[in-house]
Design a protein around this ligand. Structure first.
Ligand SMILES: NC(=O)c1ccc[n+]([C@@H]2O[C@H](COP(=O)([O-])OP(=O)(O)OC[C@H]3O[C@@H](n4cnc5c(N)ncnc54)[C@H](OP(=O)(O)O)[C@@H]3O)[C@@H](O)[C@H]2O)c1
Length: 287
């Protein structure tokens, strides 16, 4: 965690410091993290405004006419934009102007190394917004394998990613949601950047093995960049974009093995979920 200081976190939890009864706006509320953030907030009795293009509340990053209705009267925002979509600073400004006092941004690890200007810009917008902010720099989500872009690869028994044997500290989206909900509802998280990771770092080959064991069929990992480009182009991605992705993955691999952090434990009071536990839970998606 950058920024240190967990005494405030502990005090907030012990004292049960709460917020106003104004709703919390959750963006991406039909997605992997937003769905869980909404559910957890609701289970804890917070009023939730679950928003996305198809959500209960309509919010579309590409349609500013949907922004005001979503954010008006909200106390806090779980801020995320899907892959490829920038966080428009105009929305962040609008949110604060309309009374939002707390913003929790879903971001990613290694964004400097990968040259992820989309998320670097998003972090900049949030840090300068004038409201309390918290940034969640998450490692690879476990849920990529059963809800996200790798689910069909797992079912086909072959995951192709040009990352060699480098290890990632895969994190469960339930743990991300727990950290987000703490940051949205407790004191002591303003100005913090949390490294949200799982408890161990695994290579994609090791993750594929764990998945294969619970799925009941072999799941191979292929790290050949040529194979990756071939697959992506066959799937409709322009060759240039596929090759750019190989470059970004190479930069990520050059960073070396991901390092598990203890931020999930420090913020939520419970240890992050081991990948093998996630895999057992997710297994029906691979049957
Ligand atoms: N996957 C990883 O390993 C990983 C790791 C670190 C960080 N991240 C970051 O996490 C983010 C993805 O989060 P996630 O996995 O929770 O989301 P997700 O499961 O990919 O779902 C995307 C969400 O965004 C909504 N959405 C799509 N287009 C939209 C638009 N134009 N306007 C408003 N909402 C829109 C979707 O709902 P509707 O279709 O209803 O609009 C959905 O709720 C990305 O920024 C990614 O860079 C991912």
């Amino acid at each position: 965690m950058s920024g240190g200081a967990s005494p405030g976190i502990v005090a907030a939890r012990c004292l049960g410091v709460g917020m106003s009864h104004r709703p919390i706006l959750v963006l991406g509320a039909t997605g992997s993290t937003g769905r869980r953030v909404s559910a957890l907030l609701g289970a804890r009795g917070y009023p939730v405004r679950a928003a996305s293009r198809r959500g209960r509340v309509r919010f579309d990053w590409t349609d500013p006419a949907t922004w005001e209705g979503a954010v008006d009267g909200a106390e806090a925002v779980y801020l995320m934009a899907p892959d490829g979509v920038p966080v428009d600073p105009g929305f962040v400004e609008l949110a604060v102007r309309r009374g939002v006092r707390r913003v929790v941004l879903l971001s990613s690890q290694a964004i400097e190394e990968m040259g992820d200007t989309r998320l670097l810009d998003a972090e900049r917008a949030v840090r300068g917004c004038g409201a309390d902010w918290t940034v969640l720099r998450c490692d690879w989500f476990d849920q990529n394998f059963d809800e996200g872009f790798l689910v069909e690869s797992v079912r086909a028994g072959r995951i192709v990613l040009p990352l060699g044997g480098v290890r990632q500290a895969f994190v469960d989206a339930d743990d991300i949601a727990a950290v987000a909900v703490a940051a949205l509802t407790e004191e002591g998280h303003a100005g913090r950047v949390y490294e949200v990771t799982g408890p161990e770092a695994l290579s994609f080959g090791e993750a594929a093995e764990v998945i294969g064991r619970v799925a009941g069929y072999p799941v191979r990992y292929d790290s050949d960049p040529e194979a990756f480009v071939r697959d992506q182009v066959a799937g409709g991605l322009p060759r240039e974009a596929a090759e750019a992705a190989v470059g970004a993955f190479a930069a990520l691999a050059a960073r070396g093995d991901g390092v598990p952090s203890d931020d999930v434990l420090r913020v939520t009071g419970r240890a992050p979920t081991p990948f093998s536990d996630y895999a057992v839970r997710a297994a029906p998606a691979w049957m």
